[in-house]
Design a protein around this ligand. Structure first.
Ligand SMILES: C[C@@H](C(=O)O)C(=O)SCCNC(=O)CCNC(=O)[C@H](O)C(C)(C)COP(=O)(O)OP(=O)(O)OC[C@H]1O[C@@H](n2cnc3c(N)ncnc32)[C@H](O)[C@@H]1OP(=O)(O)O
Ligand SMILES: [Co+2]
Length: 133
C-alpha cells in the first residue's frame, strides 16, 4: 500500500464541523461532495500529503448514522492509496481479510474504494482507494 490517502472522521453536522476544522487546520475546505452510494456528504481538507475527510450521514441507514448512534463522533476509518485496487483486493482476500464489497465502489474525490471489515483489522475500519485515471 502507498500513502495514507485520508483519515475519515464521522461528524453530526458539516455546518458546524467544517468551520471548526478550517480553524483547527488553518486551511480551507477544498471540496464538498455527496456520495449517494455510501449515503454520505463529505468535506475535504488537504493536510500536507494527506487529507482529512469529514463525513455526515445523508440517510438514517448510512454507515455513518449507524456509527454515530453506536460510538458518537470520531475517527471512522483510515484510507490507504493503492496503485491497482483489484490486485490489492485479491491479495487481501487471499490473506484472509474480509472485503465489504466484491467489486470496487465509487468513492469521493475521483476514487474507486473498498473497505475491509474491522473485526479482522484490530477494530479499525480500513479503506483502500485508487485514483480513477
Ligand atoms: C465517501 C467514501 C470515500 O472516502 O471516498 C467513504 O469514506 S464512505 C464511508 C462510509 N462507508 C462505509 O463505512 C462503508 C463500509 N462500512 C460498512 O460496510 C459497515 O459500516 C460495517 C463496517 C460493516 C459495519 O456495519 P454495521 O454498522 O451494519 O454493523 P454493526 O453496527 O453491527 O457493526 C459491526 C461491528 O463493527 C463495528 N464498527 C462499525 N463501524 C466501525 C468503524 N467505523 N470502525 C470500527 N468498528 C466499526 C461495530 O462497532 C460492531 O462491532 P461489535 O460487533 O464489536 O459491536
Ligand atoms: Co473515506
Amino acid at each position: 500500500m502507498l500513502n495514507v490517502e485520508h483519515i475519515g472522521i464521522a461528524v453530526n453536522s458539516l455546518e458546524i464541523s467544517v468551520p471548526l476544522f478550517e480553524k483547527l487546520l488553518h486551511t480551507p475546505c477544498y471540496k464538498r461532495e455527496e456520495v449517494t452510494g455510501e449515503a454520505v456528504q463529505t468535506a475535504f481538507f488537504q493536510q500536507g500529503s494527506t487529507k482529512i475527510e469529514l463525513l455526515e450521514a445523508t440517510r438514517p441507514e448510512s454507515p455513518i448514522a449507524r456509527f454515530l448512534d453506536k460510538k458518537g463522533e470520531g475517527i471512522h476509518h483510515i484510507a490507504f492509496e493503492v496503485a491497482d485496487i483489484e490486485a490489492e483486493m485479491k491479495r487481501l482476500q487471499e490473506e484472509g481479510f474480509v472485503l465489504l464489497s466484491e467489486t470496487p465502489k465509487r468513492g469521493a474525490d475521483n476514487k474507486l474504494i473498498c473497505f475491509l471489515h474491522p473485526k479482522n483489522t484490530n477494530g479499525v475500519l480500513i479503506e483502500i482507494c485508487q485514483e480513477i485515471r
